[in-house]
Design a protein around this ligand. Structure first.
Ligand SMILES: [Zn+2]
Ligand SMILES: [Zn+2]
Length: 318
């Protein structure tokens, strides 16, 4: 991977408030995703993450501090007493099961070797292996990019761009933790702030190079590299359009459209946990029922809503 020092260059610019980007500032980092995946499976101790993930001590300390600051973890003395501290998932952290489940689902279903037919979750209430279906909390019907739309909310407006993590450390996470979230390509995609932000922008119809630069305030060189990667893993395709001028637009492929649950759950998390006090930047509507919605998962087998405590992630290592 090339040197990407230019990512940290430049003064902060104003960008449209966007809950997906706010969430990605915290979550768009490969080590962070690996730490969270293992926290959801019960890891609470510094030394356990170190041993499980092979993560350098300084990097782990830095990520845990940031996650405590973001209210994802709460630091508490270990139960058996002594000086040892544990990192317990706080409410914001527990809520992350929704975007993390979306990552696992997409990585395993849509990255080679593709396995769209394997079910990666178990709904403990009905006891069946199932898929998680992104659904409207009002009418219970599935949500898709085609039956939903967004309108500006009370918190819409502009804010300072927030600087992302450096990508270089993420690359070492990809080398260390390639199995945890599916393919290495998937971990590189999700463990980055810009690539998912570009995908999120494409869902809202921002598809031209210059429009993406203006909307995300992304350095053009970084945008070129991310677009190349998204084209290579089949999330975007390039279309030349002959209008009054000739330009290229980047459209989501079918594989890319399957990232809708992830982007939706990121927006939900960002709305809830990254609010600046002015309210949500956007309100989402379900065209099919005409109501405002918040996305939830429903079980593909019994159709009931799936809550955090009723889902198991299946691995199918055998
Ligand atoms: Zn609905
Ligand atoms: Zn079920």
């Amino acid at each position: 991977m090339s040197n990407e020092q230019e990512e940290t260059a430049g003064a902060s610019a104003l960008v449209a408030k966007y809950s997906v980007v706010r969430a990605l500032v915290i979550l768009g980092d490969a080590w962070t995703l690996l730490i969270l995946r293992s926290a959801l499976e019960g890891t609470r101790r510094f030394s356990d993450w170190q041993n499980d993930l092979g993560i350098p001590k300084a990097v782990l300390a830095n990520r845990l501090d940031r996650l405590v600051e973001a209210r994802v973890f709460r630091k508490t003395p270990a139960q058996e007493g002594g000086k040892r501290m544990e990192y317990v998932l706080d409410e914001a952290g527990l809520d992350l099961w929704e975007p993390l489940a979306a990552i696992i689902r997409w990585s395993r279903n849509w990255q080679p070797p593709r396995n769209e037919t394997t079910l990666w979750f178990r709904h403990t209430r009905c006891g069946k292996a199932c898929d998680l279906v992104l659904s409207c909390n009002t009418c219970a019907q599935p949500l898709t990019p085609f039956n939903t739309f967004a309108e500006p909310g009370p918190g819409s407006g502009h804010e300072q761009r927030i600087e992302p993590h450096s990508r270089r450390r993420a690359n070492s996470a990809v080398r260390h933790g390639r199995e945890a979230l599916g393919s290495p390509e998937a971990l590189a995609l999700f463990g980055d702030m810009w690539a998912p932000a570009i995908v999120g922008s494409a869902f809202r119809g921002i598809r031209r190079f210059n429009d993406l630069v203006a909307y995300l305030q992304i350095p053009p060189l970084v945008l070129s590299m991310r677009l190349k990667e998204l084209l290579a893993i089949g999330v975007l395709r390039r279309r030349s359009i002959e209008d009054s001028e000739r330009y290229e637009a980047f459209h989501l492929t079918r594989t890319g459209l399957e990232l809708f649950p992830y982007i939706s759950m990121l927006a939900k998390w960002g709305d809830r946990w990254c609010d600046d006090g002015t309210g949500v930047p956007e309100i989402f509507y379900h065209r099919s029922c005409g109501h405002q919605y918040s996305p939830v998962y429903r079980c593909s087998v019994c159709g009931e809503r799936v809550n955090r405590t009723e889902v198991e992630f299946l691995d199918h290592h055998a």
